[in-house]
Design a protein around this ligand. Structure first.
Ligand code: AMP
Length: 272
C-alpha cells in the first residue's frame, strides 16, 4: 500500500473550521488518499484544562470531510489509542521546555506521543499542520526527523477571522465582548512586526511594543509574548534575520495563542 499510494494526513481534534479546511484542501492536492483524524487526545490536556467541554460536533465534522473529498475520517476511541497497559511516551525536552511547554507542562509529551501513534497507524507520506500552533509544528518536524518516520511535514499558514483573530475550535468559548477583545493578540503581534520592519533590531524593544498593545486592553492578560528564533524558539536579543513573534493570552477562562513570522529589514534588503 505505502509504495503505491501516496497517503496524505491531517491530524485534528475535530470541531473543524476554516483553518482545518485549508489544511485538508492543501493535503488533497498533494496526495492520492487523504486521511483526517478526529481525536480529542486526553494526554495533551492538563487536569484543570478543557478536555470535558472541548467541542465535539462530529456530524458537522464528517460533513465537512465528505464535502472536501476526504477518503478516510479516522475517529479512534480513547480506549483504542490508550488501552490498559499502554506506557510509551515520546518527549522532546528542548522544544517542549518553554512557552507552551512551560505553561502546559505535559502538553507536548501528549502531542508527540499521539502524533507518533497516528503516524504509525496511518503511515502517511505527507502530513500537514498549521502555523497557528507554531511550537507544535516545530516539534512535529523534529520528531519526524529524529525518529526517521519517513513522513514529509508541511506547515500551512494561519487562517484568520476578518479582524485578525486566528481561527480556533476554542474561539466559541468567548463571550461576544471577549470575542471583540480577542483580536488584541494579533494586533500586538502586528505591532511587534511593524517595529521590526521599521528597522528596530533590539528584541526587548520589539517585545515592549507587543506588551503595550495588550496592556491597553485590561481584560486581556499575558501568559507570554516573545521574540524568538524560528528554529530553536530561543528568545532573540537581536533580530537580524527572521523572527517568530509568539503570544499567548487569557481572556476570562479562555486561553488564546498566535504567532507571526517576520523578516528583519536588513535581511529582506539583502534578498531584494
Ligand atoms: P486542532 O484540531 O486544534 O488540534 O488542530 C489541528 C490542526 O489544524 C493543527 O495542525 C493546527 O495547527 C491546525 N490549525 C488550527 N487552527 C488553524 C488555523 N486557524 N489556521 C491554520 N491551521 C490551523
Amino acid at each position: 500500500m505505502r509504495e503505491g499510494v501516496r497517503i496524505g494526513f491531517v491530524p485534528t481534534m475535530g470541531a473543524l473550521h476554516e483553518g482545518h479546511r485549508a489544511l485538508i484542501r492543501a493535503a488533497r492536492l498533494r496526495c492520492d488518499a487523504l486521511v483526517v483524524s478526529i481525536f480529542v487526545n486526553p494526554k495533551q490536556f492538563g487536569p484543570q484544562e478543557d478536555l470535558v467541554k472541548y467541542p465535539r460536533p462530529i456530524s458537522q465534522d464528517r460533513a465537512l470531510c465528505r464535502k472536501e473529498g476526504v477518503d478516510v475520517c479516522f475517529e479512534p476511541t480513547v480506549e483504542a489509542m490508550y488501552p490498559s497497559g499502554f506506557q510509551t511516551m515520546v518527549t522532546l525536552p528542548m522544544i517542549a521546555r518553554r512557552w507552551e511547554g512551560e505553561v502546559r507542562p505535559h502538553h507536548f509529551t501528549g502531542v508527540a506521543t499521539v502524533v507518533t501513534k497516528l503516524f504509525g497507524i496511518v503511515r502517511p507520506r505527507i502530513a500537514l499542520f498549521g502555523q497557528k500552533d507554531f511550537q507544535q509544528s516545530a516539534l512535529v518536524r523534529q520528531l519526524a526527523k529524529d525518529l526517521n518516520l519517513g513522513v514529509e511535514i508541511v506547515v500551512c499558514p494561519t487562517v484568520r477571522e476578518a479582524d485578525g483573530l486566528a481561527m480556533s475550535s476554542r474561539n466559541i468559548y468567548l463571550s461576544p465582548d471577549d470575542r471583540i477583545r480577542a483580536a488584541t493578540l494579533y494586533k500586538s503581534l502586528q505591532a511587534g512586526a511593524e517595529v521590526i520592519r521599521r528597522g528596530v533590531t533590539d528584541g526587548e524593544t520589539v517585545r515592549s511594543a507587543m506588551v503595550r498593545v495588550i496592556k491597553n486592553e485590561p481584560a486581556v492578560t499575558i501568559d507570554y509574548l516573545a521574540v524568538c528564533d524560528p528554529t530553536t524558539l530561543d528568545p532573540l536579543s537581536s533580530v537580524t534575520r527572521q523572527a517568530v513573534l509568539l503570544g499567548a493570552v487569557r481572556i476570562g477562562a479562555t486561553r488564546l495563542i498566535d504567532n507571526i513570522l517576520v523578516s528583519a529589514k536588513q535581511a529582506r534588503r539583502s534578498f531584494e
